[in-house]
Design a protein around this ligand. Structure first.
Ligand code: SF4
Length: 495
């Protein structure tokens, strides 16, 4: 399907194109002149008293128009243009729901990754939970269930957000090890498959250690403390025990890990990279949270998605983690894996609950361009798949809540079907601090290593800038000096 957008002003494109994509998944969207199956002409005019939004829609069935006049509040001030864009989004959302005859997005006009941030903003403005849910429905068009979920999560994680004074004194550190032992079929793959340990890992670690040492100077200069350290990837546990110990020694020597560091997480996503010896080393180096990610507890599925382990490997890893005494365990699962429906989801949920982790992160499969599976998906209609995924999400929610878990962080992805979300559940008191800081974006995160993302939060200016290291290890090694100086410049510019 080809959709032509004629917008006045053109800058409205950023506000509405994602909604159009949600209404017509897979469509081609063209801005300007041309032939299409549907043409949407949209115009925004603002005068002293109101924003006037007018649309003309042309389809094979004919043309129709819609017009709305939104009064401008007397105290709107500098927020006028953002308010007007929000009105255009709400107008477009209503129009697209009417055209398609369905709710195009249960999150209403929110299409970004972090919808909970809006609930926090409304809490900051002094609204109570009931008022926030109402506002999310009326102004942002969320359905009541999603509005309630956002408020529930914001309420749960607000106590862990630092106030402006404290937030300026703390940072979190993300370390990216962009290697995996093999490629899982559903993954758009953040880095490289490790083929030769010596020739790949040694130069990568040299570059990483250069970055670690250089950025520690900035922390000392500003007197900053590290609240959490998160070792992600890729699969960080592809590193040998020796190199993991060297990495932690470097982090301690450079002042990233101190007695004040509240949480050190290691993603050990693939059980095929673990052994008892390695886990002992992690525990001895202060790791207090570990992610063992089965994705599914069905061996057939694990084989189909290219994981080099079975469910017994997951159970064994958990036994080792308990034996060495790492305090908190997270387990990731994915709903929507090929061949999986409610029976398989139930088996996964029940087996995982029997293992009693502290956190369970429930992902809905977002088939990103570039994943092998997106290229292969067939045999099931998008509507069937959507229904399956929605049923699986509901099943996990019921079982996990019934077992005492509560949702505490949420993010969405592009290409996410079924208007779904990735949802982190935890037992009360077992929340992952890093996940909260990373998703709610109220603390600077310094990313070091391959594919590592940094977020520079300027609390006084109320601004945020993201910065990403190359995920390709060779590109990372070649550019590490420039990365260091650009990052230090950005950090020094923060108020
Ligand atoms: S282990 Fe994780 S990062 Fe690596 S290929 Fe599999 S899903 Fe992707």
């Amino acid at each position: 399907m080809r959709i032509i957008l004629k917008l006045e002003p053109n800058s409205l494109y950023d506000s509405i194109h994602e909604l159009v994509r949600m209404a017509y998944p897979g469509c081609e969207i063209v801005c300007g002149e041309g032939e299409g199956d549907l043409m949407l002409e949209l115009r925004l005019d603002i005068d002293d008293k109101a924003a006037v939004i007018a649309a003309q829609i042309h389809t094979a069935q004919g043309a129709r128009t819609r017009r709305e006049r939104c009064a401008i509040a007397a105290d709107i001030g500098a927020g006028l243009f953002n308010w007007a864009k929000q009105q255009v989004r709400a107008f477009t959302y209503d129009l697209l729901c009417e055209l398609t005859g369905e709710n195009i997005n249960r999150y209403g006009i929110l299409t970004g990754m972090r919808p909970v941030k809006l609930a926090h903003r409304l809490f900051d403005q002094g609204l109570n939970p009931r008022e926030i849910e109402k506002r999310l429905g009326s102004d942002y068009r969320l359905d009541p269930e999603k509005a309630h979920l956002l408020v529930e999560i914001a309420k749960a994680n607000r106590p862990y957000l630092l106030g402006a004074d404290e937030a300026g004194k703390w940072v979190s550190i993300y370390l990216g090890i962009p290697y995996c032992p093999s490629r899982c079929y559903y993954c758009s793959f953040p880095g490289a498959v490790l083929t030769n340990y010596e020739t790949e890992i040694i130069p990568f670690l040299e570059a990483l250690f250069r970055e670690i040492r250089a950025l520690s100077g900035y922390l000392k200069e500003r007197g900053l403390k590290v609240q959490t350290v998160y070792l992600g990837g890729g699969t960080p546990t592809v590193l040998s025990t020796y190199h993991l110990e060297r990495l932690f020694a470097e982090l301690v020597a450079c002042g990233y890990i101190t007695a004040q560091t509240a949480e050190i997480t290691v993603e050990a996503g693939r059980p095929d990279t673990l052994d008892l010896h390695k886990l002992r080393a992690l525990k001895a180096n202060g790791v207090n949270r570990i992610c063992i990610n089965p994705q599914s507890m069905n061996d057939n599925t694990l084989a189909v998605i290219g994981r080099n382990h079975d469910q017994k490997g997951v159970i064994k890893s958990l036994e080792w983690v308990r034996e060495v005494g790492i305090e908190k365990i997270n387990m990731d699962v994915i709903i929507g894996l090929p061949g999986e429906g409610l029976t398989e989801n139930t088996n996964t949920a029940q087996q995982i609950l029997r293992l009693e982790p502290d956190n369970i992160t429930v992902h809905t499969l977002a088939l990103k361009k570039g994943s092998l599976m997106a290229e292969k998906e067939n045999g099931i209609t998008p509507q069937e798949r959507t229904r399956q995924v929605e049923a699986g999400v509901e099943l996990f929610s019921d079982l996990l809540r019934g077992a005492g878990f509560i949702p505490y962080y949420l993010y969405r992805q592009k290409y996410m079907k079924a208007s779904m979300e990735n949802l982190g559940y935890a037992r009360p008191g077992s929340f992952c601090l890093y996940n909260i800081q990373m998703i709610e974006e109220r603390q600077t995160i310094i990313g070091l290593g391959g594919g590592a993302g940094s977020k520079f939060i300027d609390l006084k200016a109320g601004s945020l800038e993201s910065f990403y290291n190359p995920k390709n290890p060779a590109a990372y090694c070649q550019t590490v000096e420039q990365l260091i100086s650009r990052k230090v410049d950005k950090l020094r510019a923060l108020n």
